[in-house]
Design a protein around this ligand. Structure first.
Ligand code: 26W
Length: 813
């Protein structure tokens, strides 16, 4: 948008006045932030209204991305960037004596996600809008996001993340768009007008109220919508005179049970109550989302049997897959279509992405729980399954083992991944290797039955947040060097490859990294009191804490470097600072122990002056989107070291690459494609291959005791876990010790140790050659464009959704 500085200044002063009855002099930072956010929102509303109107009137196909998680982070900076008004606002604010950067830091992260899956959903929203695709998000407005992590005595302590405490300037509550969602009760079957009719009785109603957040396109007049649902009790008239005390207690219990639905992201689901709540959450937002889509579709006057021409729904992992049955319910019970018509429309609308092969993420629900909570939906799933099993039996007559294995309902469980596959026309993995593993291992039966459904869509990241916003110096240098066309066509970053050998360009790249590192070092000093050397190699592993991601391999290797330095204090290794950032799921004991291990190693090493500051270890508390934006632009080395075959794709790997880090990687997930893009000279690959891991898992042949007995470095490291070197309590790291030895090292940490140590020796020697290192950084940036989520989303749009990329909205009157 075009905005003049003087106009901005007067708009801003007025907004502050109108919102808080304050002038700049007396206003708090919070109020200054809210005035700015509110003003930016005002600037987008007209386009937002016009976009919605256009979608409604034109019948343009729209895609709804259903996801339990949207890990958005902060919106002020990215909205200013996409609107193209960041500089003018910054200059205007400076003249008013306000620092834009300070205001940006006030915004609470919208942390409505755990990790990659939720962040991918947020990148996709940005890319859909910026590519002109009519696409919206649908999810839950959790009152509490993922917990805030505090590190106390080296342990993770979880604190509730009440991100809405100060209010949320971006969202608009749409009271008039509320929907009723029904739980429990029973189904009575009746014949009305000769049609079998299913009547839902004695159910518990829940009111779903949408909160809409604008999703602003980059340099386009389109604004899409992220709609998050909040659960509230259906209003009831409460009258002390007519209600007895018992009624009051009942009403309060109802209110609490309803509000619990949108209270918190991932309530602990290790018990029945937790599981039930999670299933309730899933049906809640899916039902509200689909009902509201149908309601606005019907407003447009288009016929119901053409729904699939105008609407697509994406199922982000198995969590929202109850959407298949809910859409069937709406089409059959409410729109009175036949089963076959409804099934054709439903499967044409639905598409499913699988994000992990770890079985814990493939949701399964006990039949009893499911039937009681969602009686009509359960009936529909039974019928879908009956027809599906019949079709299987026609293809593979009498192969009961296989049919049972593929059945949606089996072993007393409803298998949501199976429902998603059967009810969608597209099933995709998130990196080439992952999709191959799905096709030939995890889902091979389904692939044989439905080969046409399976396809790959390698993940991506929005280069607007993960380069332009988080690393403005680098972004400006790129534009100064190759022009600005890469911003709209990130693949054109590859023009940078020409400058690979240009010493002047190399120096500029190196000095930007250095400046970023120096800034971050100051931040660390102020926040943690740890002094780090900005000239040391910044070696970073930030991601969820999980055994398969192998933070343990990294920390064991750091201990190994420390052991070497203790043996030989004059050992010639380049100074390194190792950064970790990771949250562990509150009930995941081994993961929490790993955090304590990292912190114990940090304490030991950082306080040992005999190693001359050659090693430093920093655990960054409360890893989040905003912290990622700070650390990624300063990384020299990116650690992507999961056990091959286990990481579906990874997206952090791409963010580091785009900011010019060199990746130490196993051939897992999207690392494989990163290697192909950048060339094997510009990435450091090590370790077992996916097929080797799969083969060990199937046929055996690995014993971690062998490594322990034969490699004395490993032997010493394992011993140090339990001999008091790191903790007064020898039991402190017992579970880690046992997982590596007694349970035969499920993730091949010890097996890959030697290869990993050698990979790091290579890093050390590559870094010594400044010129070579800078060349590698340049090549990584130059070949990262293919991993822009704009590229990914265009493939989804073309191959799966059938949506169009609109250039601009026509001007509306
Ligand atoms: C309790 C069910 C459950 C379990 C795990 C829900 C969610 C998860 C993860 C947080 C899912 C996740 O984030 N998967 C990641 O998805 C990314 C986007 O596709 C991939 O890049 C990562 O490899 C994958 O781990």
């Amino acid at each position: 948008m075009i905005l003049d500085k003087e106009k901005f200044k007067s708009d801003y002063v007025r907004k502050l006045m109108n919102s808080f009855a304050e002038e700049i002099e007396g206003a708090s930072k919070l109020h200054k932030y809210f005035a700015l956010g509110g003003l930016v929102r005002d600037y987008v509303t007209e386009n937002w209204v016009n976009t919605n109107k256009y979608y409604l009137e034109s019948g343009e196909k729209q895609i709804y991305y259903f996801s339990m998680e949207f890990l958005i982070g902060r919106l002020l900076g990215s909205n200013l960037l996409n609107l193209g008004i960041r500089q003018v606002c910054k200059d205007g604010l400076t003249e008013l004596g306000i620092s834009l950067e300070e205001l940006e830091e006030i915004e609470n992260d919208a942390g409505l996600g755990n990790g990659g899956l939720g962040r991918l959903a947020a990148c996709f929203l940005d890319s859909m809008a910026s590519s002109g695709i009519p696409g919206h998000g649908c999810g839950i407005r959790y009152r509490y996001g993922l917990f805030e992590q505090k590190i106390i005595d080296g342990y993770q302590v979880e604190v509730p993340d009440y991100w809405l405490r100060d209010g949320n300037v971006w969202e608009i509550r749409k009271e008039n768009k509320a929907i009723e969602v029904r739980f429990g009760g029973k189904i009575r079957i009746d014949y009305i007008n000769n049609r079998m009719t299913f009547i839902h009785e004695d159910y518990e109603p829940v009111r779903a109220v949408p909160y809409d957040t604008p999703v602003v396109a980059y340099d386009k007049n389109m604004v899409n919508t992220l709609r998050l649902w909040s659960a509230e009790p259906i209003a009831w008239e409460f009258d002390f005179n007519t209600f007895s005390r018992g009624d009051y207690v009942k009403a309060e219990a109802y209110r609490a049970s309803v509000e619990a639905i949108s209270q918190v992201l991932y309530p602990d689901d290790s018990n029945w109550e937790g599981k039930l709540l999670r299933l309730k959450q899933q049906y809640f937002f899916v039902s509200a989302g689909l009902q509201s889509i149908l309601r606005s579709y019907k407003k447009s006057g288009l016929p119901i049997n053409e729904l699939n021409k105008h609407i697509a729904v994406h199922i982000n992992d198995t969590h929202p897959s109850v959407a298949v049955a809910e859409l069937m319910r709406i089409l059959i019970d409410e729109e009175l279509l036949s089963w076959d018509e409804a099934w054709h429309i439903t499967t044409d609308i639905m598409a499913y992405t699988n994000h992990t092969i770890l079985s814990e993420a493939l949701e399964k629900w006990p039949v009893d729980m499911f039937k009681n909570l969602l009686p009509r939906i359960y009936m529909i799933i039974e019928e879908i399954n009956r027809r599906f099993c019949e079709a299987l039996n026609r293809k593979w007559p009498g192969q009961w083992g296989r049919i049972n294995n593929m059945s949606i309902i089996n072993d007393g469980l409803v298998k949501m991944a199976h429902l998603a596959i059967v009810g969608s026309h597209s099933v995709n993995g998130v990196a080439e290797l992952h999709t191959e593993i799905l096709k030939h291992q995890e889902l091979s039966n389904f692939y044989q039955f439905y080969p046409e459904k399976f396809n790959n869509k390698t993940n991506g990241i929005t280069h607007r947040r993960w380069l332009m916003k988080c690393n403005p110096k680098l972004s400006n240098l790129i534009t100064d060097t190759i022009g600005s066309s890469w911003i709209k066509a990130p693949i054109e970053l590859n023009s940078l490859a020409k400058y690979k050998y240009d010493p002047a360009f190399q120096n500029k790249i190196a000095s930007i990294k250095k400046a970023n590192k120096a800034n971050f070092s100051n931040l660390i000093k102020n926040k943690y009191g740890i002094v780090i050397d900005p000239n040391s190699i910044f070696d970073v592993q930030v991601k969820r804490l999980h055994a398969y991601k192998r933070q343990i391999l990294n920390v064991l290797h750091i201990m190994h470097l420390y052991n070497k330095l203790k043996e030989n204090p004059s050992l010639d290794i380049l100074p390194r600072t190792f950064f970790f950032g990771a949250k562990a799921s509150p009930s995941y004991h081994l993961a929490k122990q790993t955090i304590k291990l990292i912190n114990s190693v940090a304490t030991k090493i950082n306080n040992d002056s005999s190693i001359n500051d050659k090693l430093k270890v920093v655990f960054l508390e409360n890893y989040s989107v905003s912290l990622a934006e700070k650390i990624i632009p300063c990384a020299d080395v990116s650690e992507q070291i999961s056990t091959a075959s286990k990481e579906a794709s990874g997206t952090g790997n791409m963010k580091f690459m785009m900011n010019g880090a060199v990746t130490v990687a196993t051939l897992d997930g999207a690392n494989v494609e990163m290697k192909d893009a950048v060339g094997e000279d510009n990435i450091v690959i090590f370790g077992l291959k996916a097929n080797e891991v799969i083969s060990y898992n199937k046929y055996g042949g690995y014993s971690s005791w062998d490594v322990y007995n034969n490699d004395m470095r490993v032997n010493k490291l394992i011993t140090q876990l339990v001999d008091g070197t790191l903790s007064h309590s020898r039991a402190e790291f017992k579970n880690i010790y046992e997982s590596l030895l007694m349970f035969n090292d499920e993730y091949f940490v010890l097996k890959d140790f030697d290869a990993y140590a050698k990979a790091h020796e290579r890093v050390d020697s590559l870094y010594r050659n400044n010129t070579k290192w800078n060349e590698m950084c340049i090549m990584n940036i130059a070949h990262s464009g293919v991993f822009s989520s704009d590229n990914t989303i265009k493939q989804y749009s073309k191959d799966i959704w059938g949506t169009r990329e609109l250039k601009l909205l026509p001007e509306m009157d």
